[in-house]
Ligand binder design. Sequence first.
Ligand code: UDP
Ligand code: MG
Length: 313
Amino acid sequence: MKNPPEISVVVPVFNEEANLAPLFQRLTNAMDQLDRPYEIIFTNDGSTDHSIELLRGFHAQRPKQVRVIDFNGNFGQHMAIIAAFEHVRGAIAVTLDADLQNPPEEIQKLIAKIDEGYDVVGGYRKKRKDVWWRKWASKIINVFREVATGIQMTDQGCMLRAYKRPIVDAIARSGERSTFIPALAHKFSAKPGEVEVVHEARAEGESKYSFYKLIRLNFDLVTGFTLLPLQLFTLFGFFVSGCSGLLVLILLYRRLFIGPEAEGLFTLFAILFFLISVTIVGIGLIGEYVGRSYQCVQSRPRYVTKEVLEDLS
Ligand code: UDP
Ligand code: MG
């Protein structure tokens, strides 16, 4: 391998045709200014618009610097990043979104922090430019994640991040199907750091995350990093068995010493319905874990690549 780059910028792309040209312009400008050898790895995550033609154009323009991994379908943002991580040649990898919400000009801040000796640097968005319900949902999940997983991060959702190569390789080797890269990186990191970054509104197009996809992603985050929900359920189960045992004793006492009674029937129903609903949630929760284990056991390829455009000569 001749002259491996020092920095690999990783960009997942899913139907971003309107953003790619300005992104490429600003990204190459910002990276050229850093004056360190770099490469940009785009993963086309099954776009159905003209994104791939634009990416081919970028590769033709700068064949030695631009590499394109073209997926056979849509495998999700985190898989797109993992695929690129498997191709990274630089000592540092930087991830950012293709929709210009993460300004490329901020990359230098992350690199400076990496140079200070941190092995993972996360950006956190001071003023997040997203719809209100997403900001609130993120805040709630942030608190829950911190309690459940013990992973301390100001802003887990910000994908403007830098990683040193050993972390990148560890993530690529993880073999997980449904994962959340910032949390995974944090797990492998010996010295994580954070910097504040600017966040902009999406330049063009709409968020690729529907409400349902966001819920799935957050489930990945929780189930992928902690068994606490299952353990809480077991504890709750013990608590309820204790209480119902007590109730049986009280009812037995009343039956023996007071005689037959019919009151309290509806209270019992209410308690019963409540417990049934809790059980259903519990089954669903176990299902989330079992389903993910099942996918791992099947060990199908995590993604399928149609083509890789690169010139490594
Ligand atoms: N993305 C992807 N595959 C997907 C969904 C999104 O590669 O299935 C990319 C998308 O093109 C963008 C980044 O991931 O570069 C973040 O997506 P988006 O901006 O829609 O997410 P949001 O900013 O709303 O969280
Ligand atoms: Mg976005």
